[in-house]
Every structure is written in structure tokens, then in C-alpha cells.
Design a protein around this ligand. Structure first.
Ligand code: MIG
Length: 819
């Protein structure tokens, strides 16, 4: 035995066969050699199953039809992450980690995972694995009451239960609430509400995979793919938040974006000229609509050729970018991946791409040419590292002109004049990247990663060209892990109430799928919104991670001012509030970069009891943990609606008053309030226990706010907040040029105590003072800090107490006592 164990330990595998299963004494004490085992293998006549614990809560499951494992390589999970191993303990039918017990049925190879108390987290069902002509189907149990989220930008309701989806990146112009597939493939879901807590499943397979959440067969979650490896990760929680964080430990987190990308962005297909861009900028400024970015869609180019500029309409891009920057505005320009097939015309991207052999080929070895915006086009093979480097360098000209960010559209890839909307499945890629074995591979395998690798090439190119600046890239198509390189948007939505609702579902599920920087075209891309719909869209959009107004050609204008001063005032108010909240929002963005927690979250992310809330929560979400947006689930309707607030207490953001919810019979997790829609008011709540930093309104993030940083204290349980700030643009924060300061507050009988921890980081902030407001405060107060007394002003009607403190750089205690 000892010898066998030593051999197994060498292979880092505890090979579990039917015989050793039967022979293994139940509850056998593990020897030191066993402790080095990291997983199990089990085989039957169909193939060999291997389960490895990467961490105590993350398992990788692979199946080798006929016994031969596929190449161990991934577009989503880096090699060093895949190489992680957690210690396991052998058990008679599998193994356990410090958090999980894994069991495999030696005959059927059915897998089940429980927590250490034996509560079921995840289990196979029926025939767990079947193989069919190069493809496979996996079957998983769907316990009653379990709900499913994630799957990227898929349409339909929030909960994926009862639906089925195909992953095939598709240019889905004019899609509706039931269209599938659309732009992205993120083959990952989170299951919530099961006995053993939430878990996630990520199928790392780039082929045209599919997920059926009990649509075809009730209570059977089937998933599969017509090709590629059987290679998936099971990620245990028990909370949804832990699952999402661990999924982003596997596939990566979005780095901190430039702060301007969190500002308001104005776009249209297209602002046609230098003059029109200036006109839009001037109007935004004269109407005092805070804005950070203007977008240049395809018409700035010469004959739709990427990396060119139409010199008739944009005679001096550098000057335009400089003038805009002086006005606090950045330019983002589109650069589609299709390169005009223009031999001998002196079109540099074609010539250099051709010279470097960077384009996809037909099976006969000739270059694949197909029509898109520039006419006949060729397509870079982004699955080659050398091609990505070549592509990245194409940005030099536009970067030198001062273009701040880039937009990778059409990268499903979209092809014109073909019913498939994309390239033939046998178009030849030549994979040569990461830890893949260099080899030719058909488009069928790489279609779903093409957009991600396009945005990766752009991101890495910008890193090379401007090493100290944070890149900003927007991509339409992507795959799991694409969040490392780009933000995304939900493509060509429509100006309908349905799409306003769909936006919330898509952005929340994208966030749970690791993709927090996502937005929808404010106002809808196709069609024209009514004034009311457009106002609602600006209002709600102000609380989504990427806030960009965009509309198609030949549609009515949709800039904030188009429906007159009353609508403009409401829209401006929403945009201004986003700017006031920038210190909070930026802190949430920084949190995402560290933890993977999305900016925009379903309420149950931080308040698990809300999963079973008896309200329609389809238009309810939080921004970070502390702010909750509760729009009407029927935004087109004037009727009152119920909002479910997690217990613990909330304040009305707009008035600062405590909200009194009504208890709900049989539910101790949430309370109910009733909201009556009013166009000028988006119901917004702050968790009791929040310390909320805000700033004076500016016209862009480039403008230095004038006045103190404000700090609103909403007394309640677990009272805390944090200040995070940096220059918003460079990587200086990675070298210490940031500011972080945790703040706590404690409610006592005689009053309130606020503790500022000492700051870390070397950044000197823009503020010198803090304007503190304590909400839900009645009566007179004495405020003391560092033994000195501070003048405080009582705001009786608002039940608030206000005072100003010098910026407490080294930390301080503030004691507020009732008088
Ligand atoms: O075939 O660049 O989704 O946002 O304005 C249309 C023009 C191409 C599709 C994008 C849209 C963009 C448009 N593009």
C-alpha cells in the first residue's frame, strides 16, 4: 500500500478505480502520502473522470472520453491558476477538502458534492455523462427552489430556471427579450437557494455550448457542447458573493478603470464631423450636463477603414482631442476588427497585416475575405500572440492623436451578406498563444473567444503604448474572462420599455458572470424613445456601471436636452447625482478590482434573505452594498408597487429620513413599503449603517471639486465606510499613490462615535475638510474631536446634524453626545 501511495502522490493524483473503491476501508486514516493527493480519477467503459481540488472550495472536473484527456489549456483560466492544488483527504468514495466532500459513484461516475455537514451542494442526475459524435451532454440535478443566475448577457428573466440557451456570439441587431443567442458567451451560472448554499459552474469550453435549465426536462439541468473538452469548474459558496469572487479568482477581475470611464458618456452613430463633436460638447457644457466622454462611431473613418481618419470631416483629430480635453472631455473611437482588403492601396493595416501573415485563412490556405463595413475585408487571427502584438501597435496613431479609449465592435465576428452573420466554421485559425499547443484550429472552436481576444489585443496594445495609463476598451462580443481586458455593452437594444427592463436583468447577470463594467445604450439603439421613456432611462442608467447614451442612424436624437427643459432638468439631476456619488462609486470599483464583487448587484448578493422576497424585484438592484435602487417593475405603469427592503433598516436617499417598512407575514428577511411612481424621483435607499462619501458636482471627473468632501452618516448596525481615492488615470496607485481610510461608527446610548482609522497610501486628496451629516438625529448635540469642541448645526426638519472637520489624515475619534 505504502508504495502505491507514494507513486500516486508523485502523480499528484489519488487514482480511484472501482476496485480500490471497494477495497478502501471506510474512514481510513490518511497517511502523509495521501495528504498530498489532490483529487481522484475514476473510470468506466465510457471514459475517465478526474476531479481535482484547486482550492478547498473550487473543484476542476475533467472527463476523458476513451481515457485520453484533452490538452490542458484555456482562454479563460490562466495556467498558474489552473496549477493550484488544495490538500485533500481520501474517503471511501472520493475525498474531502476543508470545506467540501466529493463523492463519485464508481459505476456511473456520478458526482456529488456536499459541505462538511453533508448538506447537498451539487449533484449529477440520471446518466451523468453521455457522449455523442464529438460532443457531450452532462446532467445535473435541479432541486426545487434552487435558482440560476449568470450566463452573461442572455435575455429573458433574471432567473434562468426553465430556459435554455446556446452560446454562440451573434450580432443580434434588433434582439428582443426572448432572442438567443446574442453577443456574448459566458458559460457560467450561479445556483442559489439550494440546501448546501450557492455554487457556481463554469464550463470552460469555447465551442457552441448550450445550457438547459430544466426547459426540456423538468428539474434536469443539462449542459453540453458539440465539441471541445469536458472541462468544468464547480465553485462552492456557500454565499452567492463567495461564488462570484471565486469565479473571478479563476477568470480574473476587471482592473480599476480610468475614473473618466465612470462618468457620463455621450455617443451617437455617428457624430459626423469635427464641427458636430464640438457642437455636442458645447451644448452639454452650456446645459450643464456633467459629461466625461464623447464617442466617435464609424463615420470618423475614411471609407469605414479602421485606423484611418476622414480628413474632410475630421481635418485635425489631434487638435480636436486636445480642445475636448481642455473642456474635460475624452474621446473614445471605434476601431472594428475587419481590415479592408485593399492590396496595393497603401492602406497600412492591410499591408503590414499581410506582410506579417496575420489574417485568417480558408481551408485551402488562401486568405479569408468577406464583406463588412469597409467592403471586402480580412480578419486578424487574434488567437496568435504575434498577431495580437501587431494589432496593438496599430493604435499608435490614434493614441498619439490623444484618443483616450477604444471601442471594439462587430467582433462576434459579424459578417455581411450571409445568413449565418459570421464566418464559415472551417475558417482556419492558427492558435499560438498562452499554454496552447500551436496548431491550426477551425473557427467553430474559436468563434466564441474571437471577440475576447480582439479586446485583449487592444488592451495589451494600449498597455504597451501608454504603460502608465489605464486602458479603456469597450467590446461587444466576449467570453468568460473577457472582463480582464474590456468593458462591454448589451449591443443593439430597442427604445422600448421592455428593453429598459431587460437592461437591469442583463447588467445584473453580467455582474454575477464576472463582467461588472457593462452598460446598455441609454434610450435604446433602434427606434426612438418617448420623452418619458428616455428620462427614465437616463435616471436608471445613472446607477449602472457603464453610463453611455447611444443611438442608431436615422433615429430621433436622444441627447439629454432633446425633450425640453423639464425633461432635461430631471435627466441632469440623475447625471449630477452620479457625479456627487463618485467617491462612493469609485470605491466600489476599487473593491471590484480586489474582490470581484460587482458594482451593480442583485439585492440578494449582500442580503441573502432577499432571494425569497415576495416582491417583484426585477427592477431592484444595489450599487455596492449600501445603495439600493428600486424602480417600478412596470416602469411604463403609473401604478403603485411594493418594494421589499432587507431587514436592518434603510434611509430614503433623497430626504435622508429613515424608512419604516411593514413586516411581512411569514418572512423575517424583508419588510415592505409601497412606492408611487413619480417621474422626477427614482426610489433610492441607503442601508442603515452606511458612511457615504460624496463630492460637490463637477462637470467632469477631470474637474477638481470645489468644497469639502461630504460624509453622510446613516446610523444603524455594522456602521462603516471607507474612503478610497487616487489620481484616477495612472497606475500610480499600484506604487502607493492612493488614499485609503476605513471609518466606523457606533451608536451608543448617549450618542454616536465616529472613528477614522489612520490613512494608508501617499496620495494628497483634493479635499481639505469633511462636511459631516448625521441623519436621524433629533435634538441638540455636542461634538468633540481630539479634545476640541466642534460647532454643530441642528437641522430640525431634516432630523440631521451637520458639522465640518479638518481632513483627519492621521485618523481621529469624533464623539457626538446628546445635550
Ligand atoms: O452594423 O458602428 O452595436 O453600437 O453604433 C452596425 C455602428 C455596427 C453596431 C453597434 C452600434 C454601432 C454600430 N455598429
Amino acid at each position: 500500500m505504502a508504495m502505491i501511495h507514494a507513486a500516486l502522490a508523485l502523480a499528484f493524483l489519488f487514482i480511484l478505480t472501482a476496485t480500490s473503491l471497494a477495497a478502501a476501508p471506510a474512514g481510513a486514516q490518511q497517511s502523509p502520502a495521501n495528504e498530498e493527493a489532490v483529487g481522484i480519477e475514476a473510470a468506466n467503459s465510457v471514459g475517465r473522470l478526474r476531479v481535482i481540488a484547486l482550492t478547498p472550495t473550487v473543484l476542476r472536473v475533467r472527463f476523458a472520453p476513451g481515457g485520453e484527456f484533452a490538452e490542458d489549456a484555456s482562454w479563460a483560466v490562466p495556467a498558474n491558476v489552473r496549477a493550484q492544488r488544495a490538500a485533500i483527504t481520501r474517503r471511501s468514495n472520493g475525498f474531502s477538502t476543508s470545506a467540501l466532500q466529493v463523492a463519485v459513484d464508481p459505476r456511473t461516475l456520478a458526482l456529488s458534492v456536499t459541505d462538511r455537514q453533508g448538506k447537498l451542494i451539487h449533484a449529477d442526475t440520471g446518466v451523468p455523462i453521455t457522449l455523442e459524435a464529438g460532443g457531450f451532454t452532462l446532467r445535473k440535478a435541479m432541486p426545487a427552489g434552487e435558482r440560476y443566475f449568470g450566463m452573461g448577457d442572455k435575455t429573458g428573466p433574471h432567473d434562468r430556471r426553465g430556459a435554455s440557451f446556446v452560446n454562440w456570439n451573434t450580432d443580434a441587431y434588433g434582439y428582443g427579450a426572448a432572442t438567443d443567442p446574442i453577443y456574448k458567451s459566458i458559460p457560467f451560472f450561479v445556483a442559489a437557494g439550494g440546501q448546501g448554499g450557492a455554487y457556481g459552474l463554469f464550463l470552460d469550453n469555447s465551442h457552441r455550448s448550450w445550457f438547459d435549465f430544466g426547459h426540456r426536462q423538468e428539474n434536469v439541468l443539462a449542459l453540453g457542447s458539440p465539441g471541445g473538452p469536458i472541462d468544468y469548474y464547480l465553485i462552492a459558496g456557500p454565499t452567492v458573493a463567495e461564488v462570484v469572487r471565486r469565479y473571478t479568482d479563476l477568470t480574473g477581475k476587471a482592473p480599476l478603470p480610468p475614473r473618466w470611464a465612470l462618468g457620463f458618456q455621450q455617443s451617437r452613430y455617428s457624430y459626423m464631423s469635427d464641427a458636430e463633436v464640438r457642437e455636442i460638447a458645447a451644448r452639454l457644457r452650456s446645459d450643464r450636463v456633467p459629461t466625461d466622454v464623447l464617442w466617435l462611431d464609424i463615420d470618423y473613418q475614411d471609407r469605414n477603414r479602421p485606423f484611418t481618419v476622414n480628413r474632410q470631416t475630421f481635418p485635425d483629430m489631434r487638435r480636436l482631442a486636445r480642445d475636448m480635453r481642455a473642456d474635460g472631455l475624452k474621446l473614445v473611437a471605434i476601431t472594428d476588427l475587419h481590415i479592408a482588403h485593399a492590396p496595393g492601396e497603401g492602406y497600412a493595416p492591410y499591408d503590414s497585416g499581410r506582410a506579417g501573415d496575420h489574417f485568417l485563412k480558408n481551408p485551402d490556405g488562401s486568405t479569408y475575405v468577406a464583406p463588412v463595413w469597409p467592403g471586402p475585408s480580412v480578419f486578424p487571427d487574434f488567437t496568435r500572440a504575434v498577431t495580437r502584438r501587431w494589432w496593438g501597435d496599430l493604435y499608435k496613431g490614434l493614441v498619439d492623436d490623444g484618443i483616450a479609449g477604444f471601442w471594439n465592435d462587430m467582433n462576434e465576428p459579424a459578417i455581411f451578406e450571409t445568413p449565418t452573420k459570421t464566418m464559415p466554421l472551417d475558417t482556419v485559425h492558427r492558435i499560438d498563444a498562452d499554454d496552447f499547443r500551436p496548431r491550426p484550429a477551425p473557427h467553430a472552436e474559436l468563434h466564441n473567444v474571437y471577440g475576447m481576444e480582439n479586446s485583449r489585443a487592444t488592451f495589451e496594445g494600449l498597455q504597451g503604448l501608454r504603460p502608465n495609463l489605464r486602458p479603456f476598451v469597450l467590446t461587444r462580443a466576449t467570453y468568460a474572462g473577457g472582463q480582464r481586458y474590456a468593458a462591454t455593452w448589451t449591443g443593439d437594444n430597442n427604445a422600448t420599455w421592455d428593453h429598459l427592463k431587460l437592461m437591469v436583468q442583463q447588467l445584473v447577470n453580467l455582474g454575477l458572470s464576472g463582467f461588472t463594467y457593462a452598460g446598455a445604450d441609454i434610450g435604446g439603439f433602434t427606434g426612438g424613445p418617448s420623452p418619458e421613456l428616455l428620462t427614465r432611462w437616463y435616471q436608471l442608467g445613472a446607477f449602472t456601471p457603464v453610463f453611455r447614451s447611444h443611438a442608431a442612424k436615422n433615429t430621433p436624437r436622444a441627447e439629454p436636452w432633446v425633450d425640453g427643459p423639464e425633461h432635461l432638468a430631471i435627466r441632469r439631476r440623475a447625471i449630477e447625482e452620479r457625479y456627487r456619488l463618485m467617491p462612493y462609486l469609485y470605491g466600489v470599483a476599487e473593491q471590484h478590482a480586489r474582490t470581484g464583487d460587482p458594482v451593480m448587484r442583485p439585492v440578494f448578493y449582500d442580503y441573502p434573505g432577499a432571494l425569497a422576497a415576495p416582491c417583484d424585484t426585477s427592477m431592484t438592484f444595489t450599487v455596492g452594498r449600501e445603495l439600493m435602487v428600486a424602480a417600478s417593475p412596470r416602469p411604463e405603469s403609473p401604478q403603485a408597487y411594493d418594494v421589499c427592503l432587507p431587514v436592518g433598516g434603510w434611509y430614503d436617499y433623497w430626504t435622508g429620513e429613515r424608512v419604516r417598512g411593514q413586516p411581512i407575514e411569514g418572512n423575517t428577511a424583508v419588510e415592505r413599503i409601497v412606492e408611487t411612481p413619480r417621474l422626477e424621483r427614482l426610489p433610492l435607499f441607503v442601508r442603515a449603517g452606511t458612511i457615504l462619501p460624496r463630492q460637490p458636482v463637477t462637470q467632469s471627473t477631470a474637474e477638481k471639486p470645489r468644497g469639502p468632501l461630504s460624509l453622510d452618516i446613516y446610523p444603524g448596525p455594522d456602521c462603516r465606510g471607507e474612503l478610497y481615492w487616487d489620481d484616477g488615470e495612472t497606475l500610480g496607485y499600484r506604487r502607493g499613490a492612493f488614499l485609503r481610510q476605513p471609518i466606523r461608527c457606533a451608536v451608543g446610548e448617549s450618542g454616536l462615535q465616529i472613528s477614522f482609522a489612520p490613512r494608508t497610501g501617499s496620495l494628497k486628496p483634493w479635499w481639505r475638510e469633511l462636511a459631516v451629516t448625521v441623519h436621524d438625529w433629533g435634538g441638540a448635540a455636542e461634538v468633540r474631536t481630539n479634545g476640541r469642541s466642534v460647532t454643530a448645526e441642528e437641522d430640525g426638519p431634516a432630523r440631521a446634524l451637520r458639522f465640518t472637520l479638518p481632513d483627519p489624515r492621521r485618523g481621529t475619534e469624533v464623539v457626538i453626545s446628546r445635550r
